[in-house]
Design a protein around this ligand. Structure first.
Ligand code: GLA
Length: 365
């Protein structure tokens, strides 16, 4: 049996910019997905998960014509289809999936599952890291049907222990971003996931395209400057204009955050978190009541430099910059206040940048 691990991610800043060729600044985290793979005689993929009781078996010759089943197995099967499309041969395998990253929490459980499954199915065959990330993104776009950007799969593949990454989603290259000493990245899970999520995501992608159509000659919203946006504002309908404004300013905030991190300026980093959250709430409209409550609450607590929603939105997690040493008191207070308001116990996770996807074990069998 062989085993592979791929991490989830927390995006520090740069939200909903990846599918507009923009900038994002995520870290890979310790939570992720492990896939244990063993050979089976029959020409089929047998998929099982520790978190779900239902299993799924699909014959290799059925894969090409397979339709998505709106089931967790769509992720590994989408990956298997993309590997076939590259001309790679697959053999009969049993994949046992075990995820520590909670699903639907905005921490990229899907990308972790895709990347770990891809490594398992590759079974030691080499594939460039960037091709691995792109293949997993294609699996999600083509089979699962989510028109996602490259951020999650890229972070899961390229994560580095000890540093965040500034990813240019057009160039698909990144720069290592060490974070200042003395600050902890603390994630708070709202434990809610509003239904709206995937349809609203598609809608945002379309609204960004609509905004872009007002800038002939520009390839993506990433190419639009604030001045150009202001000059065109009166001719762009209100909603696409607001989506574009979020994108233009969020890309700027990512660069500002990068500079602030290099300068060890925690106050500025925190301020940019808060501005990003407000923009996601007001201009991009992907936050929700629970996330706004978590952010507003965090900002009243000692040792907190900044808070914002992270990931696609409509539930999931917030990310908080908290002084080292204040994490425990922060967690206690956040849980108490959230419970009192929503009768839900939010998971609070102190996290650090973790390594990207890798093989974890090689045993007999
Ligand atoms: C989801 C998508 C990413 C990205 C974020 C929002 O996680 O999978 O590609 O668009 O939402 O920043």
């Amino acid at each position: 049996m062989k085993a592979y691990h791929a991490p989830g991610r927390v995006n520090l800043i740069g939200e909903h910019t990846d599918y507009n060729d923009g900038f994002v600044l995520p870290i890979a985290i310790e939570l992720g997905c492990t896939v244990r793979a063993s050979a089976v005689k029959a020409p089929e993929l047998r998929l099982s998960s520790r978190q779900y009781s239902d299993t799924r078996t699909v014959r290799l010759d059925e894969l090409a014509a397979l339709k998505p089943a709106r089931h967790w197995s769509d992720y590994p099967l989408g990956v298997a289809r993309e590997l076939l499309a590259l001309g790679l041969k697959l053999k009969g395998m049993a994949l046992e999936i075990d995820a520590t990253v909670p699903t639907g929490s905005g921490l990229s459980s899907s990308a972790a599952l895709e990347v770990a499954s891809a490594l398992a199915l590759l079974d030691g065959r080499p594939l460039d890291k960037i091709e691995l990330a792109r293949l997993c993104q294609r699996a999600e776009r083509n089979f699962v049907g989510m028109p996602c950007g490259i951020m999650d799969q890229y972070a899961s593949v390229f994560g580095e222990a000890g540093a965040a990454m500034l990813l240019d989603c057009r160039a698909q290259t990144h720069e290592r971003v060490p974070l200042p000493e003395g600050v902890s990245i603390v994630v708070v899970n709202s434990m809610v996931k509003h239904e709206l999520g995937s349809s609203a995501y598609r809608e945002r992608v379309a609204q960004c395209q609509e905004a872009l159509s007002h800038f002939p000659g520009k390839q993506a919203l990433r190419d639009v400057t604030l001045g150009e946006l202001e000059r065109a504002a009166s001719s762009i309908p209100e909603i696409p204009l607001a989506r574009a404004r979020h994108n233009v300013l969020e890309n700027w905030r990512v660069r500002q955050f990068h500079a602030a991190a290099a300068a060890g300026d925690l106050a500025r980093m925190g301020q940019l978190f808060v501005e990003s959250h407000r923009s996601l709430r007001d201009d991009y409209e992907v936050s929700c009541e629970e996330l706004d409550f978590l952010v507003a609450t965090a900002l009243t607590l000692p040792g907190v430099h900044g808070a914002r929603m992270t990931g696609g939105g409509f539930g999931g997690c917030t990310v908080n910059l908290v002084d080292r040493g204040s994490e425990e008191a922060f967690a206690k207070e956040m849980r108490a206040r959230y419970q009192a308001r929503y009768q839900l116990d939010p998971a609070v996770i102190v996290t650090t940048p973790a390594a990207g996807a890798h093989a974890i074990r090689k045993a007999a069998g």
